[in-house]
Design a protein around this ligand. Structure first.
Ligand code: WQD
Length: 341
């Protein structure tokens, strides 16, 4: 009998890629998603890739009664991977209450049900945004978290504290928080990928939509940073490498290999790449030109961050494998294939 994993937010960008990797590794998956930022057709795309359409329930995890009813109906769940959350930095500044309600109440409802229904393992979608602008680079897991740059980032820090405290009070519970850097790219099939609704906030979907002629021109938000080419630096990781890190984290918990009952890992490539280097790499790997201009900095952006991945590489025996060129080419193939949906 395959072990069953609940993936919340499983029709989203990182969630869908993680469901594929879980199924590829023999796990049975049930997805809960409220479809506020994803499409139900993603389930069919997952089935085309793996041959198995995941079990799916559509409801909002901030609804405590519906969440309890879901767990009452489920047979044994071995673990939960919790992606479902609001994640737009700018929107969180305008609507902080929505972000604190969505991101905190969904986690607390889940953890209450973990206790009530004896689900002992949780992998949480955290973010490097908890580090703010670090004083030292690359950032390790010991780098002190900083005052969040946004309510979104603050919800990630608070969620980490909730998981830590609940696992401490209930030793039968185990949690791993994966601190993502910048997930980009798409599955090699080009059947799933990043699908921002409306005008993209993030660099790569805006870039690929510009090259596809959907957007007029990419704005490079500032070239006056204290970096080699003046544009801001991030750690861009292929979403499939990131998805694989979730499978490894689940297996670590199921095999009781965790060293603490709440652990944190930086999930990045360890390479800092600037916006202008992204443009050059994209043009090199795809042969497409990226129409762009330099504009002023974006409010709230930090100058640079990239991961020290030694701890994750060693403890999880996991390492990001895709090159930047391969990753950007996969993003472009997904954008081109989107015309077929
Ligand atoms: C990357 C770089 C921009 C758009 C945020 C969240 C993080 C995660 C990913 C949710 C920056 C520059 C961008 C554009 C540009 N979110 N840029 N022109 O801000 O590093 O991270 O999204 O999980 O938690 O903090 O990602 O892709 O928005 O920006 O020049 O049109 O690209 O200034 O330097 P960011 P991003």
């Amino acid at each position: 009998m395959s072990k069953k994993i609940l993936v919340t937010g499983g029709t989203g960008f990182i969630g869908s890629h993680t469901v594929v990797e879980l199924q590829n590794n023999g796990f049975d998956v049930v997805i809960v998603d409220n479809l506020s930022n994803s499409k139900v057709e993603v389930l069919d795309q997952i089935e085309k890739i793996t041959g198995t359409k995941p079990e799916f329930e559509c409801f909002d995890l901030t609804d405590r009664q519906k969440t309890i009813q879901f767990f009452e109906k489920q047979e044994k769940l071995e673990a939960i991977i919790h992606f479902a959350a609001s994640k737009a930095v700018g929107e969180s500044v305008e609507k902080p209450l929505m972000y604190y309600h969505n991101n905190l109440n969904s986690l607390m409802n889940l953890m209450e049900c973990m206790q009530e229904f004896d689900v002992q393992n949780l992998v949480f979608s955290s973010s490097c945004t908890v580090y703010g602008q670090p004083d030292q680079l690359p950032v390790t897991e010991q780098t002190p978290r900083k005052e969040a740059e946004s309510p979104y980032g603050n919800t990630k820090s608070i969620c980490e504290d909730i998981i830590r405290d609940v696992c401490k009070a209930n030793p039968q519970l185990k949690g791993i928080a994966l601190r993502y850097f910048n997930p980009i790219g798409a599955h090699e099939s080009a059947l799933i990928g990043e699908l921002p609704l409306g005008v993209p906030n993030n660099l790569i979907p805006f870039l690929t939509q510009t090259v596809a002629g959907i957007r007029k021109e990419l704005s490079v938000f500032g070239d006056d940073y204290n970096t080699p080419d003046g544009s801001a630096i991030r750690d861009y990781i292929h979403v499939v490498d990131l998805a694989k890190a979730h499978v490894v984290a689940i297996e670590r918990l199921l095999d009781n290999q965790n060293k603490e009952n709440c652990e944190f890992f930086n999930v990045g490539t360890g390479n800092g790449v600037s916006v202008l280097e992204i443009i050059n790499s994209f043009e090199r790997s795809t042969g497409e030109k990226v129409p762009h201009k330099i504009t002023g900095r974006r409010e709230g952006d930090i100058e640079q961050i990239y991961a020290d991945t030694a701890y994750a590489n060693q403890e999880l025996n996991w390492k990001a494998e895709s090159s930047l060129d391969e990753t950007l080419l996969s993003a472009w193939k997904w954008q081109v294939n989107l015309k077929n949906f």
